[in-house]
Design a protein around this ligand. Structure first.
Ligand code: LLP
Length: 436
């Protein structure tokens, strides 16, 4: 179990605030983020670059969790952000996030989204495919505009948590294929059009990665390609972006590297490879999502019914579930839970923590060691800050939970709970009988 802070009442505290009080004040399910953890994670990723005096950007991958207050906080910490939709762009801008610090990703950016990006002066577009180059060329000509781009490469490396498989040809919907010459062709296309300011190249190899090896391979592959591009096309990249994917601890089975170690490995690989190839060291960008917000997030639920299936198990029903955290149902993701109103109580049973959604697969934790929890108790599931709320749904017409930020003993409501009436705002009445 992670080191948990508690107060004299034995309640879980998050950023110095009593989790049970937060649950009572704002209701459950409730998502609470400890800003101190986000800040420390950001600084740990920035630190090595700063010590080594290397130009860099920590581009937060918004998909892990995005709301206005988070964009504001990350902007204060000097982060850039990776965005993948008009929704994320618009939220970032509404928060006052500088458009020039946004990188626009995605394998099917629409004409409208690209036009919007150009209109707001979005910093960099990560070009993903030839169709997008066509669309952008049209739009740039129409608007008499220039845009900064990086090219997304499929590097031929896929990282699966613990194992790294180097494949000749990666079967991926993202990016320009390296082996078949697509990447070269894409570069030639954009170099030929002065409306593209080509900054460099990008790769993202996967998510929840625990070892340096995949990042080292990606860094090496990108520098090799840069050297080839310099020789072949006289193009020298100013940016190498190695993407995100840095793993975090969900349970004791997960042993991720510290952020500093990931960065040091990436930096050393790119530095050495550039020196070997006679290339100047470009700026290095990384795109952590999960690792910045995952460990900072706590989901608080109220216990409802207890169901004993004699001789088999006990189900403890919580008032949230797959609607606010689809990851266990979708990926068989594991989490740990604690009884937030009595953290030190002795574990007396193993229970199945079930959600409230009308689906048997709506189980948050299959087998959670717990003290005997009763209706009305507050359960906290830990490390839920990434891809929980951001992948939330309104299944069964349940509203999304409220989100609270805590910092140094203070708490702030930053996203209010969706109420049933909020869910009705898009719906229109059936035409009158007879008109239909
Ligand atoms: N950059 C790019 C281009 C990405 O596609 C992603 C994630 C990231 C950065 C951030 O990766 P992270 O540091 O968060 O691992 N829903 C899944 C994760 C999907 C990740 C998709 N791309 C989950 O819940 O595990």
């Amino acid at each position: 179990m992670t080191n948990l802070a508690t107060n004299s009442a034995g309640h879980l505290t998050i950023g110095g605030c009593d989790a049970v009080e937060l649950a009572h004040q704002y209701g459950t399910p409730l998502v609470v983020y400890d800003l101190g953890i986000i800040q420390s994670q950001v600084q740990r990723f920035q630190q090595v670059f700063q010590e080594e005096g290397v130009e860099h950007a920590v581009c937060y991958a918004s998909k892990a969790f995005a709301n206005k207050a988070l964009y504001q906080f990350l902007n204060r910490l000097g982060c850039h952000a990776d965005v993948v939709s008009a929704g994320e762009i618009s939220m970032a801008l509404a928060a006052g996030f500088p458009a020039e610090n946004l990188v626009f990703h995605g394998n099917n950016k629409s004409r409208e989204e690209l036009e919007y990006a150009l209109e707001v002066g979005l910093g960099t577009i990560a070009l993903d495919n030839f169709h997008e180059i066509d669309l952008l060329e049209e739009l740039l000509a129409e608007h008499q505009q220039n845009v900064r781009v990086i090219l997304r490469i499929t590097p031929g490396i896929s990282a699966h948590t613990h194992e790294y498989i180097q494949t000749g040809q990666v079967d991926s919907k993202f990016g320009f294929d390296l082996q078949s010459g697509q990447a070269d062709e894409a570069l030639e296309r954009v170099l030929a059009n002065p409306a593209f300011d080509v900054l460099g190249l990008h790769a993202h190899i996967g998510s929840q990665i625990f070892e340096e090896a995949g990042f080292e391979m990606a860094g090496q592959t990108l520098v090799d390609l840069a050297a080839h591009w310099q020789e072949e096309f006289g193009f020298t990249p100013r940016v190498i972006d190695v993407g995100g994917g840095f793993g975090i601890r969900y349970t004791e089975d997960d042993q991720p590297l510290p952020p500093e170690q990931f960065v040091r490995a990436i930096l050393e690989t790119i530095k050495t490879a550039c020196r070997d190839k006679g290339l100047p060291l470009p700026a290095i960008w990384i795109e952590p999502g999960r690792s910045l917000v995952g460990p900072a997030g706590y989901s608080l639920y109220t216990v409802g019914s207890r169901k004993e299936v004699p001789g088999i198990r006990t189900y403890l029903a919580l008032d949230g579930g797959m609607g606010d955290n689809i990851r266990p149902a979708l990926y068989q993701a594991d989490y740990e839970a604690v009884l937030a109103n009595d953290v030190h109580a002795a574990v007396t049973e193993h229970v199945r923590l079930a959600g409230k959604y009308c689906e048997s697969g709506d189980i948050l934790i299959e087998d959670a060691p717990m003290p005997s929890a009763q209706p009305g108790d507050i359960v906290a599931i830990l490390a839920t800050g990434a891809y929980g709320y951001s992948m939330a749904s309104n299944y069964n017409l349940n509203g999304k939970p409220a989100v609270v930020f805590v910092h140094n003993g203070q708490y702030y409501l930053v996203t209010r709970r969706e109420e049933p009436v909020d869910l009705q705002q898009y719906d229109l009445d059936l035409p009158e009988e007879g008109a239909l």
